[in-house]
Design a protein around this ligand. Structure first.
Ligand code: GEK
Length: 242
């Protein structure tokens, strides 16, 4: 994978306006997400194990908002040479172009990369659907219907892996998490200017919700077992089993 250092927000006039998944972001994305989301690499490291735990042959494994294909690669590792299909969906041309390169060594008969808005996706039957920090970019009003369509596509016993940045309703907890996350980004060699410019750009683009909001939406979509499996500061990954 290309892994250029993310320096997009180093200058005062760098990358103005709202955050977009364009070619400049795609070129540095792996570095950007690893240095911004504590636990991102941990999720990827554990995904092969999760895939093996839920594995069912001859069906589909989705990565929604697949970006550079890191989640698809991790699920593929979990297949252990067994037969299953990978489907990656993203509505960013730049991201998907990088994903194609990164996954070019995989068997192309069992891999499909689709340039598409998730709102327009007709889901095929699936055993695992990964949404690794993607739902937070979907308009709030559209999230319930999307999760219901995902639920309908899953086999009984299949799993949705939903990773999100959390909002906290308690102000003290929110401040605590924000201040530790700020320190995390400084420790990752982001300057105060970069941190504040990125925050301004992503505000109103990434809309986080509370754990309670996620849990109740998943429950009303039909999921029976809903549990966090990984949390680092305000970045959580949930398992929702059909
Ligand atoms: C990873 N999962 O590396 N339809 C399709 N794709 C979308 C939509 C949409 N409506 N909205 C956003 N995206 C990845 C990381 S990044 C998370 C996911 C982040 C895509 C968008 O183009 C981007 O590639 C991805 O969702 C979100 O495990 O940047 O924080």
């Amino acid at each position: 994978m290309t892994n250029q250092k993310d320096t997009l927000y180093q200058t005062v006039d760098g990358l103005p306006g709202s955050f977009r998944f364009d070619a400049r972001v795609a070129a540095v994305f792996e570095d950007m997400i690893s240095r911004s989301v504590p636990g991102y690499q941990q999720i990827l490291q554990l995904l092969p194990t999760l895939t093996r735990a839920f594995f069912r042959p001859d069906t589909n494994y989705y990565d929604l908002g697949c970006s550079l294909g890191a989640g698809l690669l991790a699920m593929h590792t979990g297949f252990d040479q067994r037969n299953a299909r990978l489907i990656g969906i993203d509505n960013s041309t730049a991201m998907l172009a990088e994903a194609e390169q990164n996954l070019s060594h995989l068997n192309q008969d069992t891999l499909k990369l689709v340039l598409q808005d998730l709102q327009d996706t007709d889901f095929e039957p699936a055993q695992m659907v990964l949404m690794n920090f993607t739902l937070q970019f979907i308009p709030l009003a559209d999230r319930q219907a999307l999760l219901e369509r995902i639920f309908a596509s899953l086999h009984p016993g299949g799993v949705l892996v939903l990773s999100e940045k959390l909002k906290f309703s308690d102000a003290d907890t929110a401040d605590l998490m924000a201040s530790i996350h700020y320190q995390y980004k400084k420790d990752q060699d982001y300057s105060e200017l970069e941190i504040s410019k990125k925050r301004d750009a992503i505000d109103n683009v990434l809309i986080p919700e509370t754990l309670e909001e996620h849990t109740s939406r998943l429950r009303s979509a039909g999921f029976k077992t809903i549990t966090p499996w990984i949390q680092n500061l305000q970045f959580i990954s949930l398992l929702a089993v059909k």
